[in-house]
Design a protein around this ligand. Structure first.
Ligand code: PEP
Length: 251
């Protein structure tokens, strides 16, 4: 009904040479395995062209980690969705909490980014998640619903179907602390219900909802056993071949 997906978020890690040798090795190992999920690597912008040239996209798919909230023009240092698409990459992470927190991205600027990504045929991997204070004060559902409404709900059902969601509690990213199985299942069920209410059951059934936040080779199996979890957005554990492969093999 919907795709299982493991996406690696390299963040600001790996030189071009390290990135190239990583994907070569990953691809050669994946070739000999029965892989039951889509595998995506989201790499730094300047690696996109070189990596796209050497991968078989049937085995490894390629994504970026951000796109600008404008189409083109005088925005020094920015990279547009059209530029990303022109490299051959098909995915883009948007709304990652590190960008929301460190670069002050808002639900409104993310709405523009999502629209531009879709206009350029990129598939957004859209991250939503609450902070520790929000979780402690039981505001997580309200935060997630607002993030989805403000950034995504202006798009058509047809476009929404293309989006991949990633629930990433901010307090679990890079901290070694994972949400419990119950917390994950509750939130993923809630997210799917929000989609049902806005776009209907058929669209909700097709939407892949990934979990992200200190997911690793030891906890992946338990996390992915939840019926509403369709895979993972993996940070730290996607940087090493062995750990990333073990997570992929969980499916
Ligand atoms: C992420 O960056 O999206 C992430 C989930 O990171 P980590 O797996 O390192 O917590």
């Amino acid at each position: 009904m919907r795709k299982s997906i493991i996406a690696g978020n390299w963040k600001m890690n790996k030189t071009l040479q390290e990135g190239i040798s990583f994907v070569k090795e990953l691809e050669s190992k994946l070739k000999n395995k029965n892989v039951n999920c889509d595998v995506i690597v989201c790499v730094p912008f300047i690696h996109l062209v070189s990596i796209y040239e050497i991968i078989d996209t049937k085995i490894i798919k390629l994504g970026a980690q951000n796109n600008a909230d404008n189409s083109y023009g005088a925005y020094t240092g920015e990279i547009s969705a059209a530029m990303i698409a022109s490299t051959g990459a098909k995915y883009v992470i948007l709304g990652h909490s590190e960008r929301r927190v460190f670069y002050k991205e808002t639900n409104l600027s993310l709405k523009k980014k999502v629209e531009l990504a879709l206009k350029n045929n990129l598939i957004p991997i859209f991250c939503i998640g609450e902070s520790l204070e929000e979780r402690k004060s039981a505001k997580q559902n309200m935060v997630i619903e607002t993030q989805m409404k403000d950034s995504l709900f202006s798009i058509s059902a047809n476009d929404f179907e293309k989006i991949i969601l990633a629930y990433e509690p901010v307090w679990a990213i890079g901290t070694g602390e994972t949400a419990t199985s119950n917390q994950i299942q509750d939130m993923h069920t809630f997210i799917r219900k929000i989609i049902v209410n806005k776009y209907g059951q058929a669209v909700a059934n097709k939407t892949s909802i990934l979990y992200g936040g200190s997911c690793n080779e030891n906890n992946a199996k338990e996390i992915f056993a939840n019926s509403n979890v369709d895979g993972g957005l993996i940070g730290g554990a996607s940087l090493k071949i062995d750990t990333f492969l073990q997570i992929i093999e969980t499916f």
